[in-house]
Design a binder for this molecule. Sequence first.
Ligand SMILES: C[S@@+](CC[C@H](N)C(=O)[O-])C[C@H]1O[C@@H](n2cnc3c(N)ncnc32)[C@H](O)[C@@H]1O
Length: 411
Amino acid sequence: MGLTPRASKAAQYGPLISPARDRETPIYNWHAFKHSYSRDLVKGLAIEFGLKKGAWVLDPFCGGGTTLLACKELGINSEGFDILPFSAFLSNVKTRTYKTSELRRHLGKFYKQSESPQRNTNLPDIKIIREAFSPAVKKDLLRLKSQIATIRNPKIKDFYMLGLLSILESVSNTAKAGGFLRIEKKRISKGEVLKQFLHRVETMISDIEEFDDDSMPSDVEASAEISDSRSLKTKRKFDAVITSPPYPNRHDYTRIYGLELIVGFIKSNDELKRIRYNTLRSHVEARRQFQAAGYKKPKKIDPIISKIKKAGLNNPQVPKMIEGYFEDMYLSLLRMRQNLKKNGKIALVVSNVRFGGVNIPVDQILAQIGEQTGLSTNAVFTVRYRGNSAQQMGKFKRRPSRESIIVWENA
Ligand SMILES: C[S@@+](CC[C@H](N)C(=O)[O-])C[C@H]1O[C@@H](n2cnc3c(N)ncnc32)[C@H](O)[C@@H]1O
Protein backbone atom coordinates (compact mmCIF):
# COMPACT_ATOMS: atom_id res chain seq x y z
CA MET A 1 0.00 0.00 0.00
CA GLY A 2 1.22 3.50 -0.78
CA LEU A 3 0.93 5.48 2.43
CA THR A 4 3.52 7.99 1.28
CA PRO A 5 1.79 11.06 -0.12
CA ARG A 6 2.53 11.41 -3.85
CA ALA A 7 3.31 15.03 -4.69
CA SER A 8 2.94 14.39 -8.43
CA LYS A 9 -0.84 14.47 -8.13
CA ALA A 10 -0.77 17.97 -6.64
CA ALA A 11 -0.46 19.66 -10.02
CA GLN A 12 -3.31 17.59 -11.47
CA TYR A 13 -5.82 17.72 -8.60
CA GLY A 14 -4.66 20.63 -6.39
CA PRO A 15 -6.51 23.35 -8.32
CA LEU A 16 -9.64 21.15 -8.50
CA ILE A 17 -10.08 20.50 -4.81
CA SER A 18 -12.12 23.63 -4.05
CA PRO A 19 -15.45 24.62 -5.64
CA ALA A 20 -14.12 28.11 -6.46
CA ARG A 21 -13.60 27.35 -10.16
CA ASP A 22 -17.29 26.39 -10.50
CA ARG A 23 -18.54 29.75 -9.27
CA GLU A 24 -19.52 30.53 -12.87
CA THR A 25 -20.48 26.99 -13.93
CA PRO A 26 -24.24 26.76 -14.58
CA ILE A 27 -26.19 24.43 -12.25
CA TYR A 28 -23.09 23.62 -10.16
CA ASN A 29 -23.35 27.17 -8.82
CA TRP A 30 -27.05 27.03 -7.91
CA HIS A 31 -26.27 27.15 -4.25
CA ALA A 32 -22.96 28.13 -2.75
CA PHE A 33 -22.10 24.86 -1.00
CA LYS A 34 -18.74 25.98 0.25
CA HIS A 35 -17.63 22.56 1.39
CA SER A 36 -17.65 21.08 -2.12
CA TYR A 37 -14.95 20.11 -4.53
CA SER A 38 -15.04 20.91 -8.24
CA ARG A 39 -16.76 19.22 -11.16
CA ASP A 40 -13.41 18.50 -12.80
CA LEU A 41 -12.12 16.66 -9.75
CA VAL A 42 -14.99 14.18 -10.04
CA LYS A 43 -14.48 13.89 -13.78
CA GLY A 44 -10.74 13.34 -13.35
CA LEU A 45 -11.28 10.60 -10.75
CA ALA A 46 -14.00 8.92 -12.84
CA ILE A 47 -11.57 8.77 -15.77
CA GLU A 48 -8.73 7.58 -13.54
CA PHE A 49 -11.00 4.78 -12.26
CA GLY A 50 -11.93 3.81 -15.83
CA LEU A 51 -15.66 4.33 -15.23
CA LYS A 52 -17.76 3.94 -18.36
CA LYS A 53 -21.25 5.15 -19.29
CA GLY A 54 -23.82 3.17 -17.33
CA ALA A 55 -21.51 2.59 -14.32
CA TRP A 56 -22.81 3.38 -10.79
CA VAL A 57 -21.16 5.78 -8.35
CA LEU A 58 -22.01 6.29 -4.67
CA ASP A 59 -21.55 9.48 -2.65
CA PRO A 60 -22.50 8.88 1.02
CA PHE A 61 -21.79 12.55 1.94
CA CYS A 62 -23.28 14.19 -1.12
CA GLY A 63 -23.38 17.79 0.20
CA GLY A 64 -23.94 20.07 -2.78
CA GLY A 65 -24.38 17.18 -5.23
CA THR A 66 -21.14 17.75 -7.19
CA THR A 67 -20.38 14.04 -7.59
CA LEU A 68 -23.89 13.28 -8.80
CA LEU A 69 -24.03 16.14 -11.29
CA ALA A 70 -20.56 15.52 -12.75
CA CYS A 71 -21.35 11.79 -13.08
CA LYS A 72 -24.60 12.64 -14.84
CA GLU A 73 -22.68 14.70 -17.38
CA LEU A 74 -20.46 11.68 -18.03
CA GLY A 75 -23.43 9.34 -18.48
CA ILE A 76 -22.63 7.61 -15.16
CA ASN A 77 -25.50 6.76 -12.77
CA SER A 78 -25.25 7.78 -9.15
CA GLU A 79 -26.85 7.63 -5.72
CA GLY A 80 -26.15 10.22 -3.07
CA PHE A 81 -26.91 10.32 0.64
CA ASP A 82 -26.55 12.99 3.27
CA ILE A 83 -27.75 13.48 6.82
CA LEU A 84 -28.90 17.04 6.00
CA PRO A 85 -32.34 17.16 4.33
CA PHE A 86 -31.14 20.30 2.57
CA SER A 87 -28.20 18.47 0.95
CA ALA A 88 -30.34 15.61 -0.34
CA PHE A 89 -32.82 18.19 -1.67
CA LEU A 90 -30.11 20.34 -3.31
CA SER A 91 -28.52 17.31 -4.98
CA ASN A 92 -31.89 16.20 -6.35
CA VAL A 93 -32.89 19.63 -7.66
CA LYS A 94 -29.52 20.02 -9.41
CA THR A 95 -29.62 16.64 -11.11
CA ARG A 96 -33.26 16.46 -12.29
CA THR A 97 -34.32 16.96 -15.88
CA TYR A 98 -36.71 19.86 -16.48
CA LYS A 99 -38.86 21.27 -19.24
CA THR A 100 -37.97 24.95 -19.11
CA SER A 101 -41.30 25.94 -20.72
CA GLU A 102 -43.08 24.40 -17.71
CA LEU A 103 -40.78 26.19 -15.28
CA ARG A 104 -41.29 29.51 -17.03
CA ARG A 105 -45.09 29.14 -16.91
CA HIS A 106 -44.96 29.59 -13.13
CA LEU A 107 -42.79 32.69 -13.16
CA GLY A 108 -45.67 35.05 -13.90
CA LYS A 109 -47.42 34.43 -10.59
CA PHE A 110 -44.41 35.70 -8.68
CA TYR A 111 -44.38 38.97 -10.63
CA LYS A 112 -47.92 39.53 -9.35
CA GLN A 113 -46.66 38.70 -5.89
CA SER A 114 -47.90 41.73 -3.98
CA GLU A 115 -51.53 41.01 -4.91
CA SER A 116 -51.54 37.43 -3.74
CA PRO A 117 -52.93 36.49 -0.34
CA GLN A 118 -50.53 35.28 2.30
CA ARG A 119 -51.22 31.81 3.57
CA ASN A 120 -50.98 30.95 7.19
CA THR A 121 -47.25 30.08 7.22
CA ASN A 122 -44.58 30.94 9.73
CA LEU A 123 -41.02 30.00 10.57
CA PRO A 124 -40.05 28.14 13.75
CA ASP A 125 -39.17 30.55 16.53
CA ILE A 126 -35.41 29.95 16.65
CA LYS A 127 -32.85 32.55 17.77
CA ILE A 128 -30.88 32.52 14.51
CA ILE A 129 -34.05 33.35 12.54
CA ARG A 130 -34.75 36.36 14.77
CA GLU A 131 -31.15 37.53 14.29
CA ALA A 132 -30.99 36.78 10.58
CA PHE A 133 -34.11 38.40 9.14
CA SER A 134 -35.70 41.78 9.68
CA PRO A 135 -39.52 41.59 10.08
CA ALA A 136 -39.96 43.00 6.54
CA VAL A 137 -37.61 40.45 4.97
CA LYS A 138 -39.23 37.62 6.92
CA LYS A 139 -42.65 38.70 5.70
CA ASP A 140 -41.49 38.73 2.07
CA LEU A 141 -39.85 35.32 2.45
CA LEU A 142 -43.02 33.86 3.95
CA ARG A 143 -45.12 35.30 1.17
CA LEU A 144 -42.89 33.66 -1.45
CA LYS A 145 -42.79 30.40 0.51
CA SER A 146 -46.58 30.25 0.68
CA GLN A 147 -46.84 30.95 -3.06
CA ILE A 148 -44.34 28.20 -3.84
CA ALA A 149 -46.43 25.83 -1.70
CA THR A 150 -49.34 26.28 -4.12
CA ILE A 151 -47.38 24.76 -7.04
CA ARG A 152 -48.77 21.25 -7.53
CA ASN A 153 -45.96 19.61 -9.51
CA PRO A 154 -43.41 18.55 -6.84
CA LYS A 155 -40.43 18.89 -9.18
CA ILE A 156 -41.34 22.46 -10.11
CA LYS A 157 -42.16 23.29 -6.51
CA ASP A 158 -38.71 22.08 -5.40
CA PHE A 159 -37.04 24.06 -8.16
CA TYR A 160 -38.63 27.32 -6.98
CA MET A 161 -37.95 26.41 -3.37
CA LEU A 162 -34.25 26.11 -4.15
CA GLY A 163 -34.45 29.56 -5.74
CA LEU A 164 -35.78 30.88 -2.45
CA LEU A 165 -33.33 28.99 -0.23
CA SER A 166 -30.37 30.14 -2.25
CA ILE A 167 -31.04 33.85 -1.64
CA LEU A 168 -31.42 33.46 2.14
CA GLU A 169 -27.84 34.31 3.00
CA SER A 170 -27.76 37.47 0.91
CA VAL A 171 -31.05 38.84 2.29
CA SER A 172 -30.12 37.98 5.88
CA ASN A 173 -27.88 39.53 8.49
CA THR A 174 -25.58 36.52 8.30
CA ALA A 175 -22.59 35.32 6.32
CA LYS A 176 -21.19 31.80 6.04
CA ALA A 177 -17.73 32.10 7.51
CA GLY A 178 -15.65 28.92 7.48
CA GLY A 179 -17.25 26.70 10.05
CA PHE A 180 -20.10 28.89 11.27
CA LEU A 181 -22.71 31.49 10.44
CA ARG A 182 -21.50 34.95 11.37
CA ILE A 183 -23.95 37.72 12.24
CA GLU A 184 -23.29 40.60 9.90
CA LYS A 185 -25.65 43.54 9.64
CA LYS A 186 -26.79 44.27 6.06
CA ARG A 187 -29.13 46.87 4.60
CA ILE A 188 -31.83 45.11 2.62
CA SER A 189 -33.96 47.59 0.73
CA LYS A 190 -37.71 47.25 0.15
CA GLY A 191 -38.50 44.87 -2.70
CA GLU A 192 -35.03 43.30 -2.55
CA VAL A 193 -36.22 39.81 -1.60
CA LEU A 194 -38.56 39.50 -4.58
CA LYS A 195 -35.99 41.07 -6.92
CA GLN A 196 -33.27 38.62 -5.87
CA PHE A 197 -35.64 35.65 -5.99
CA LEU A 198 -36.81 36.43 -9.53
CA HIS A 199 -33.28 37.03 -10.71
CA ARG A 200 -32.17 33.73 -9.20
CA VAL A 201 -34.92 31.57 -10.67
CA GLU A 202 -34.61 33.20 -14.09
CA THR A 203 -30.87 32.53 -14.05
CA MET A 204 -31.51 28.94 -13.02
CA ILE A 205 -33.90 28.46 -15.94
CA SER A 206 -31.37 29.94 -18.41
CA ASP A 207 -28.72 27.61 -16.96
CA ILE A 208 -30.81 24.59 -17.86
CA GLU A 209 -31.25 25.89 -21.38
CA GLU A 210 -27.51 26.40 -21.66
CA PHE A 211 -26.79 22.89 -20.40
CA ASP A 212 -29.42 21.36 -22.70
CA ASP A 213 -27.58 22.90 -25.63
CA ASP A 214 -24.45 21.18 -24.39
CA SER A 215 -26.41 17.91 -24.36
CA MET A 216 -26.66 16.96 -20.69
CA PRO A 217 -27.82 13.32 -20.93
CA SER A 218 -31.36 12.81 -19.61
CA ASP A 219 -31.36 8.99 -19.50
CA VAL A 220 -28.94 8.77 -16.59
CA GLU A 221 -30.12 7.99 -13.06
CA ALA A 222 -29.12 10.35 -10.27
CA SER A 223 -30.90 10.66 -6.95
CA ALA A 224 -30.22 11.58 -3.37
CA GLU A 225 -31.81 10.62 -0.07
CA ILE A 226 -31.46 11.55 3.56
CA SER A 227 -29.39 8.85 5.22
CA ASP A 228 -26.65 8.40 7.76
CA SER A 229 -23.34 7.24 6.26
CA ARG A 230 -22.89 4.89 9.23
CA SER A 231 -26.09 2.98 8.49
CA LEU A 232 -26.39 3.51 4.76
CA LYS A 233 -29.54 2.05 3.29
CA THR A 234 -28.99 1.02 -0.31
CA LYS A 235 -29.16 -2.41 -1.86
CA ARG A 236 -27.08 -1.46 -4.87
CA LYS A 237 -23.47 -2.49 -5.50
CA PHE A 238 -21.41 0.35 -6.90
CA ASP A 239 -18.44 0.53 -9.25
CA ALA A 240 -16.94 3.40 -7.29
CA VAL A 241 -17.36 5.85 -4.44
CA ILE A 242 -16.31 9.47 -4.96
CA THR A 243 -16.83 11.52 -1.84
CA SER A 244 -15.59 13.88 0.81
CA PRO A 245 -16.64 13.42 4.45
CA PRO A 246 -16.74 16.22 7.00
CA TYR A 247 -13.22 16.96 8.27
CA PRO A 248 -12.63 16.81 12.04
CA ASN A 249 -12.31 20.59 12.18
CA ARG A 250 -15.37 21.38 14.34
CA HIS A 251 -17.47 22.67 11.43
CA ASP A 252 -21.12 22.05 12.16
CA TYR A 253 -23.15 21.81 8.96
CA THR A 254 -26.44 22.23 10.84
CA ARG A 255 -25.33 25.73 11.80
CA ILE A 256 -23.64 26.65 8.52
CA TYR A 257 -26.79 25.64 6.61
CA GLY A 258 -29.11 26.57 9.50
CA LEU A 259 -31.15 29.12 7.55
CA GLU A 260 -31.78 26.73 4.65
CA LEU A 261 -32.76 23.96 7.08
CA ILE A 262 -35.12 26.13 9.11
CA VAL A 263 -36.83 27.87 6.20
CA GLY A 264 -37.18 24.72 4.12
CA PHE A 265 -37.24 21.57 6.21
CA ILE A 266 -37.57 21.60 9.95
CA LYS A 267 -40.36 22.57 12.30
CA SER A 268 -38.64 23.19 15.63
CA ASN A 269 -35.34 23.79 17.34
CA ASP A 270 -35.56 20.30 18.83
CA GLU A 271 -35.70 18.82 15.35
CA LEU A 272 -32.66 20.88 14.31
CA LYS A 273 -30.77 19.73 17.39
CA ARG A 274 -31.63 16.10 16.66
CA ILE A 275 -29.98 16.40 13.25
CA ARG A 276 -27.01 18.17 14.85
CA TYR A 277 -26.49 15.36 17.37
CA ASN A 278 -26.74 12.80 14.55
CA THR A 279 -24.07 14.28 12.29
CA LEU A 280 -20.67 12.66 12.12
CA ARG A 281 -18.54 13.51 15.17
CA SER A 282 -16.54 16.15 13.32
CA HIS A 283 -17.69 18.83 15.78
CA VAL A 284 -18.14 18.82 19.54
CA GLU A 285 -21.94 18.85 19.69
CA ALA A 286 -22.41 15.62 17.71
CA ARG A 287 -23.17 12.62 19.91
CA ARG A 288 -22.24 8.98 19.76
CA GLN A 289 -25.01 7.16 17.91
CA PHE A 290 -23.51 3.80 16.91
CA GLN A 291 -21.34 1.10 18.42
CA ALA A 292 -18.53 0.24 16.03
CA ALA A 293 -18.03 -3.46 16.77
CA GLY A 294 -14.78 -4.61 15.15
CA TYR A 295 -13.12 -1.17 15.19
CA LYS A 296 -9.60 -1.06 16.61
CA LYS A 297 -8.38 2.42 17.45
CA PRO A 298 -5.19 3.04 15.38
CA LYS A 299 -2.07 3.31 17.56
CA LYS A 300 -1.28 6.82 16.32
CA ILE A 301 -4.38 8.33 17.95
CA ASP A 302 -3.58 8.19 21.69
CA PRO A 303 -0.13 9.87 21.51
CA ILE A 304 -1.62 12.65 19.35
CA ILE A 305 -4.42 13.21 21.84
CA SER A 306 -1.94 13.38 24.74
CA LYS A 307 0.05 16.04 22.88
CA ILE A 308 -3.10 18.02 22.15
CA LYS A 309 -4.17 17.86 25.79
CA LYS A 310 -0.73 19.08 26.86
CA ALA A 311 -0.91 21.96 24.39
CA GLY A 312 -3.99 23.23 26.24
CA LEU A 313 -7.29 23.63 24.45
CA ASN A 314 -10.13 26.12 24.36
CA ASN A 315 -12.62 23.29 24.30
CA PRO A 316 -12.05 20.19 26.46
CA GLN A 317 -14.46 18.18 24.25
CA VAL A 318 -12.01 18.13 21.32
CA PRO A 319 -10.12 14.91 22.27
CA LYS A 320 -13.42 13.03 22.61
CA MET A 321 -14.54 14.44 19.26
CA ILE A 322 -11.34 13.25 17.56
CA GLU A 323 -11.75 9.71 18.92
CA GLY A 324 -15.41 9.70 17.91
CA TYR A 325 -14.63 10.98 14.42
CA PHE A 326 -12.41 8.03 13.57
CA GLU A 327 -14.86 5.55 15.03
CA ASP A 328 -17.65 7.06 12.91
CA MET A 329 -15.44 6.99 9.83
CA TYR A 330 -14.77 3.29 10.42
CA LEU A 331 -18.50 2.60 10.20
CA SER A 332 -18.89 4.88 7.17
CA LEU A 333 -16.02 3.16 5.34
CA LEU A 334 -17.40 -0.25 6.26
CA ARG A 335 -20.74 0.64 4.64
CA MET A 336 -18.95 1.95 1.54
CA ARG A 337 -16.98 -1.29 1.25
CA GLN A 338 -20.11 -3.41 1.73
CA ASN A 339 -21.79 -1.57 -1.14
CA LEU A 340 -18.82 -1.74 -3.48
CA LYS A 341 -18.42 -4.29 -6.28
CA LYS A 342 -15.34 -6.50 -6.26
CA ASN A 343 -12.40 -4.37 -7.48
CA GLY A 344 -14.52 -1.25 -7.04
CA LYS A 345 -12.60 1.90 -6.02
CA ILE A 346 -13.11 4.59 -3.41
CA ALA A 347 -11.74 8.15 -3.65
CA LEU A 348 -12.04 10.08 -0.39
CA VAL A 349 -11.01 13.73 -0.21
CA VAL A 350 -9.85 14.73 3.29
CA SER A 351 -7.81 17.31 5.07
CA ASN A 352 -5.47 16.99 8.00
CA VAL A 353 -6.26 19.31 10.89
CA ARG A 354 -4.43 20.93 13.81
CA PHE A 355 -5.44 21.51 17.38
CA GLY A 356 -3.18 23.43 19.75
CA GLY A 357 -0.64 23.43 16.91
CA VAL A 358 -0.57 19.58 16.86
CA ASN A 359 -1.05 18.03 13.43
CA ILE A 360 -3.50 15.12 13.06
CA PRO A 361 -2.60 13.07 9.96
CA VAL A 362 -6.26 12.33 9.17
CA ASP A 363 -5.34 10.90 5.74
CA GLN A 364 -2.90 8.32 7.08
CA ILE A 365 -5.13 7.30 9.99
CA LEU A 366 -8.14 6.90 7.68
CA ALA A 367 -6.08 4.87 5.21
CA GLN A 368 -5.39 2.41 8.04
CA ILE A 369 -9.00 2.39 9.18
CA GLY A 370 -10.11 1.62 5.62
CA GLU A 371 -7.84 -1.43 5.71
CA GLN A 372 -9.58 -2.59 8.90
CA THR A 373 -12.83 -2.71 6.93
CA GLY A 374 -11.24 -4.97 4.30
CA LEU A 375 -10.24 -2.34 1.75
CA SER A 376 -6.73 -2.15 0.34
CA THR A 377 -5.08 1.24 0.08
CA ASN A 378 -3.84 2.01 -3.43
CA ALA A 379 -2.48 5.48 -2.67
CA VAL A 380 -2.70 8.59 -0.56
CA PHE A 381 -2.19 11.50 -2.93
CA THR A 382 -1.23 14.85 -1.49
CA VAL A 383 -3.14 17.40 -3.49
CA ARG A 384 -2.81 20.70 -1.65
CA TYR A 385 -1.72 22.44 1.54
CA ARG A 386 -4.34 24.59 3.27
CA GLY A 387 -3.50 27.55 5.50
CA ASN A 388 -4.47 27.37 9.18
CA SER A 389 -7.25 29.45 10.73
CA ALA A 390 -6.54 33.07 11.66
CA GLN A 391 -6.80 32.12 15.33
CA GLN A 392 -4.27 29.28 15.01
CA MET A 393 -2.02 31.41 12.78
CA GLY A 394 -1.72 34.10 15.45
CA LYS A 395 -0.67 31.54 18.03
CA PHE A 396 1.34 29.01 16.06
CA LYS A 397 2.50 30.90 12.92
CA ARG A 398 1.76 29.61 9.41
CA ARG A 399 1.51 25.79 9.55
CA PRO A 400 -0.45 24.58 6.54
CA SER A 401 -2.33 21.28 6.62
CA ARG A 402 -2.20 18.63 3.94
CA GLU A 403 -5.26 17.85 1.84
CA SER A 404 -5.24 14.40 0.30
CA ILE A 405 -7.18 11.96 -1.78
CA ILE A 406 -7.15 8.45 -0.38
CA VAL A 407 -7.77 5.72 -2.95
CA TRP A 408 -8.80 2.26 -1.82
CA GLU A 409 -9.82 -0.82 -3.74
CA ASN A 410 -12.21 -3.59 -2.75
CA ALA A 411 -9.63 -6.14 -3.84
C1 LIG B 1 -17.49 17.92 2.87
S1 LIG B 1 -19.24 17.86 2.73
C2 LIG B 1 -19.48 17.00 1.22
C3 LIG B 1 -19.31 17.89 0.03
C4 LIG B 1 -19.63 17.24 -1.30
N1 LIG B 1 -18.61 16.30 -1.68
C5 LIG B 1 -19.79 18.29 -2.38
O1 LIG B 1 -19.03 18.36 -3.35
O2 LIG B 1 -20.69 19.13 -2.24
C6 LIG B 1 -19.69 16.69 3.95
C7 LIG B 1 -21.18 16.36 4.04
O3 LIG B 1 -21.33 15.31 5.01
C8 LIG B 1 -22.62 15.45 5.58
N2 LIG B 1 -22.72 14.62 6.81
C9 LIG B 1 -22.34 14.90 8.07
N3 LIG B 1 -22.60 13.85 8.88
C10 LIG B 1 -23.15 12.87 8.09
C11 LIG B 1 -23.61 11.56 8.33
N4 LIG B 1 -23.56 11.01 9.54
N5 LIG B 1 -24.10 10.86 7.28
C12 LIG B 1 -24.17 11.40 6.05
N6 LIG B 1 -23.77 12.65 5.77
C13 LIG B 1 -23.24 13.38 6.78
C14 LIG B 1 -22.76 16.94 5.78
O4 LIG B 1 -24.12 17.29 5.90
C15 LIG B 1 -22.09 17.49 4.50
O5 LIG B 1 -23.06 17.74 3.52
